[in-house]
Design a protein around this ligand. Sequence first.
Ligand code: NAD
Ligand code: TYD
Length: 361
Amino acid sequence: MTRHILITGGAGFIAGNLVHHWAAAHPNDNLVVLDALTYAGNRATIEPLIAAGQIRFVEGDIGDRTLVDVLLAEHAITHIAHLAAESHVDRSISGPAAFLSTNVGGTFTLLEAFRTHWLAAGSPASWRFLHVSTDEVFGSLEPSDPPFNETTAYAPRSPYAASKAASDHLARAWQHTYGLPVLVSNCSNNYGPFHFPEKLIPLTLINILLGRPIPVYGDGANVRDWLFVEDHCRALERILLSGEPGHTYCIGGNNEVSNLDLVHQLCDLVDELASDQGLALPQRPSRELIRFVTDRPGHDRRYAIDASHIREALGWEPRVTVSEGLRRTVAWYLANRSWWEPLLSDDYSAYLVGQYAGQLS
Ligand code: NAD
Ligand code: TYD
């Protein structure tokens, strides 16, 4: 069966990586990307695939029902990998409305449009809707708590997490009530190529390369479970191809690192790789750029994922260690200035000024 796959948010970080991964692994599948090209969307991420005719790109909003209906019918979509979202916790604190609109309203529209399209085709059992979510829906862990798994109760604590939790509930309800073949995944923090420089890792790398201060919230002891994005894409591929509709899959890197430790590793790696390449950095050692800034309101202390279900059910486990993944990420940002430099717009500078309230000078 030829798969006709709609990837939403495909000009963003994770879905952009997924588009590259899928196009290489399954060249006979038809791939269509729907992306509104918000500040976080970057067509350049997938431009080579668009130019080569390997994928179709549609600029538009997942909340536009008419557009989505036409797109599903025109491209005879059989699978949806739904990743379009507002994704940054800090922006959800300063402006939650877009999170409700896209993450909740947009997911509702996609589910309804896909349900109508699926019913019209006679409810094929082989079709799939993969709703991609986050571990942040589970709340925050104390240092001695066991990691989150598929049975952990939802306890979202930021507007972003609450909007993703709401969309997860919708996705599950559409499976339970209407029998739509929906699967849900909850993943830990990703890192790797094509990551917009508002998130901790790309922000740190770009600030080092520009000789700007590196903002660390609070005491830097918050812990995240970091997963290289390519491993996440392999997990999503496994779930879409072999997952059980109605099931949830927790995906994690088994890599708990504190923010300060992570930033130290990044500083040391940039110093090392820049030396190897004969590249002069504006400030050395890079660790001198670290600044402790006002903490994020309601900052979750620790996230961690127990990924044993997806390992046992689908044979997935991460392949890239954190030291290898960080090295590859640093090398990518050093080699791909032409990807990230155009992102440093006036809007981006204004965002930094608002977010860090002058603490980065
Ligand atoms: P991102 O912010 O990099 O990309 C989001 C993409 O969605 C952008 O290209 C943007 O233009 C597009 N988009 C936003 N609103 C849209 C709309 N209304 N219609 C169409 N397109 C729209 O996000 P990301 O970090 O790649 O995250 C992708 C998904 O994975 C999200 O659902 C997020 O919740 C989830 N997730 C992210 C992480 C992480 O560490 N980044 C971890 C777990 C889960
Ligand atoms: P982030 O990359 O925003 O991901 P999330 O909030 O989804 O986990 O942040 C990762 C961690 O880094 C989180 O604990 C917040 C912290 N952080 C900083 O310390 N400084 C920063 O400037 C940013 C953006 C994040």
